[in-house]
Design a protein around this ligand. Structure first.
Ligand code: ASP
Length: 313
């Protein structure tokens, strides 16, 4: 008999406004979330690894202009796209991460290559790209990643001179649009992946939690896999992903308690808005958020699909 397997994904948490969400956009977002979770689930169903499943799921969202990762990433102060990504394999605690890449179509695939084909865990900027090109990755022009919506968001942000919009033009302008996935495969292995364009109007080579193992991403077989989304400055300081894993491992908390304790407690206390997805060693899924929404989807151990946006769903 095959072992239980399941997968969960997110397309970012934050303030997502019902009143500004058009039916058309909602349908498009739900459809891409479903496409992503199904891409990962199909791999698990065929006996593939959790690692391949999370990378495949994240790749679908990187290719969609609707999320802040790959195509559709937010713009820096200099009107560039700079992307971060990380992946962790719970089998052997192997991990790969990249930060500040500008010309790699699917940053999550580069993070996986860093893990599998380099002696390192974390590469940045031009060096990370150079490694990618040596592995056969194509050079992708910045134009590919650019979307009108992100340009408008940047201009609005520049007017406010900050990182948070006071006027929301799009229903999810105040969303942290990172994407991520966690999976348990039929061999009992856990994996997690996270990919992002970071935050609008970022400067000075700013990097958030997403590519930092233990902050935005973690996977540990028999324990938990976690991918976070939210204002990275807070998630880094609370090492959110590692804290979920530690609470479960040492305090023997279940996945629901561990996640809620951090997201509604420690993280919120210091002003950190956002959420996470987590999946334990038995395939139990938990979505946690202290914001009004998080784009998310899952296919649980019974094969049941769910796709949701708002916190009260
Ligand atoms: N965590 C990401 C960062 O701070 C942002 C996000 O979740 O959208 O870079």
């Amino acid at each position: 008999m095959s072992q239980p397997f399941s997968i969960a994904i997110h397309g970012g948490a934050g303030t997502i406004l019902r009143e500004k969400m058009s039916e058309e956009l909602k349908v498009a977002i739900l459809s891409d979330l479903e496409k992503s979770v199904k891409a990962g689930h199909q791999i698990l169903d065929q006996g593939g690894t959790a690692l391949d499943a999370v990378v495949a799921a994240v790749k679908v969202m990187e290719d969609s202009p609707l999320f802040n990762a790959g195509k559709g990433s937010v713009l820096t102060n200099k009107e560039m796209v700079e992307m971060d990504a990380s992946v962790m394999d719970g089998r052997d605690s192997n991990a790969g991460a990249i930060a500040g890449v500008r010309h790699i179509r699917n940053p999550i695939e580069l993070a996986r290559d860093v893990m599998l084909h380099s002696d390192h865990v974390f590469l940045m900027g031009e060096g990370a790209e150079e490694f990618g090109f040596s592995r056969g990755f194509d050079f992708t022009e910045q134009d590919y990643f650019f979307t009108e919506r992100r340009y408008e968001q940047l201009q609005a942000m520049k007017e406010k001179n900050g990182f948070a919009l006071s006027e929301a033009k799009y229903p999810d302008d105040r969303k942290h649009g990172t994407v991520g996935a966690v999976a348990l495969d039929q061999q009992g292995n856990l994996a997690a992946a996270t990919s992002t364009g970071g935050v609008t109007n970022k400067k000075f080579g700013r990097i958030g939690d997403s590519p930092i193992i233990g902050a935005g991403t973690i996977a540990e077989n028999g324990n938990v896999a976690v991918s976070c989304t939210g204002m990275g400055e807070y998630f880094i300081r609370k090492t959110v992903a590692a804290d979920v894993a530690a609470r479960m491992k040492y305090l023997k908390e279940d996945v629901h308690t561990a996640c809620e304790t951090i997201i509604q407690g420690d993280l919120k206390t210091i002003g950190g808005e956002g959420g996470l997805i987590a999946l334990d060693g038995r395939g139990e899924i938990h979505f946690a958020m202290n914001s009004s929404g998080m784009y998310r989807a899952a296919i649980d151990c019974d094969g049941k699909l769910s796709v949701k946006i708002y916190a009260d769903e």
